[in-house]
Design a protein around this ligand. Structure first.
Ligand SMILES: Cc1cc2nc3c(=O)[nH]c(=O)nc-3n(C[C@H](O)[C@H](O)[C@H](O)COP(=O)(O)OP(=O)(O)OC[C@H]3O[C@@H](n4cnc5c(N)ncnc54)[C@H](O)[C@@H]3O)c2cc1C
Length: 303
């Protein structure tokens, strides 16, 4: 709240300007792309130092690194979906639910997302009714729902009969394109063998989420000492270690990774994070990193 309609680029620039204005004596902002990040030995010893290099050959060394590298959403290859992502193609009831309440809405449940769909459909059934969308369409982009095999292929077998009872309208024809109609303030969805429908918004989940393409080259098992989570997220510390939680619902309570001195914030470690969580996680990661630094320095001064 408070930033409705604000241009994200302008907002980011203001934050950066203020960082330099108010904290310039301790904070440096460097623009550029980090192309490698690894732990290095200093004088032949691993002292927990990281080295990052940017694409121009610039080098930064640090004892603590916070990875706030975001993610990349891989969207269904339906013409128009990428253009409308974040506008009339939405993925989150909390980010967009109230704006689309009481209006026609469509949910895409197609084959590539079958595993995720069974979870999303359950949430749809208990989160969205209060929004009283009318009508509510379920689109399968070519998956036939008349057979159990088809319902399984779309990940809808568990709740199909509930959706039928609740009056969802099913359209199984392949989707040929989606396009915003500005004069009617709606999203038109075109099908191979079904008349076009107009909705206020369409819920689409990415088919895959991977690390940001800018960070994928170094967010590897080599650096993290563990594989990435199924949604491309930086893995939590091993079970049993302080504060570790599910990769999906991590909310910054544990900003550590499997590697000492390496922290995460935002979507890089939590697919559930939004802007508010990401900001808060950044603070938690910074405090935890500062705490580690302080403890190490104190220990050093005692020796
Ligand atoms: C369609 C859509 C709608 C959304 N709507 C809302 C909403 O209404 N409200 C809300 O709160 N949230 C919303 N979100 C979620 C929100 O955008 C994210 O949760 C948030 O931006 C995550 O912040 P982040 O800093 O973790 O990652 P990002 O915002 O992705 O930032 C990561 C940055 O790191 C940079 N980077 C990565 N690797 C490197 C590298 N090697 N070198 C240099 N830079 C690098 C990237 O280029 C990027 O600029 C929405 C998301 C989507 C996809």
């Amino acid at each position: 709240m408070g930033s409705e309609g604000a241009n994200p680029a302008v907002w980011r620039q203001t934050v950066r300007d203020q960082l330099v204005e108010f904290y310039g004596d301790t904070t440096k902002y460097k623009k550029g792309r980090i192309v490698s990040l690894r732990q290095i030995e200093v004088d032949g010893v691993n002292r927990g130092v990281f080295e990052a290099k940017d694409e121009e050959g610039g080098v930064v060394r640090a004892r603590k690194v916070i990875l706030a590298t975001g993610v990349k959403d891989h969207l269904p290859q339906i013409p128009g979906v990428a253009e409308q992502w974040g506008h009339r193609i939405i993925h989150c009831v909390y980010c967009h639910g109230t704006e689309t309440a009481k209006k026609p809405v469509a949910f895409l449940y197609d084959k590539p997302n079958a595993a995720l769909n069974s979870m999303i459909v359950e949430k749809m059934l208990y989160f969205w009714p209060g929004l009283e969308n009318d009508p509510r369409y379920v689109l399968t982009n070519g998956v036939d729902l008349d057979t159990e095999e088809g319902r399984k292929a779309a990940g809808l077998e568990k709740y199909y009969s509930v959706m039928v009872k609740k009056g969802f309208r099913f359209i199984t024809s392949p989707i040929t394109s989606v396009k915003e109609n500005k004069s009617t303030s709606s999203l038109e969805i075109n099908f191979a063998s079904h008349p076009t429908i107009a909705v206020d918004a369409m819920l689409v989940m990415p088919e895959r989420i991977t690390p940001s393409e800018h960070a994928a080259s170094f967010l590897t098992e080599d650096l993290l000492k563990a594989p990435l989570g199924p949604m491309g997220s930086i893995p939590p510390p091993p079970p049993g270690q302080q504060g570790s939680g599910s990769f999906l619902v991590r909310m910054g309570d544990d900003p550590k990774t499997t590697v000492k001195g390496l922290f995460w914030a935002g979507n890089s470690g939590s697919p559930m994070a939004n802007v508010t969580f990401s900001n808060a996680q950044g603070q938690v990661a910074a405090v935890t990193a500062a705490d580690e630094l302080g403890q190490e320095d104190l220990l050093d001064s005692q020796q």
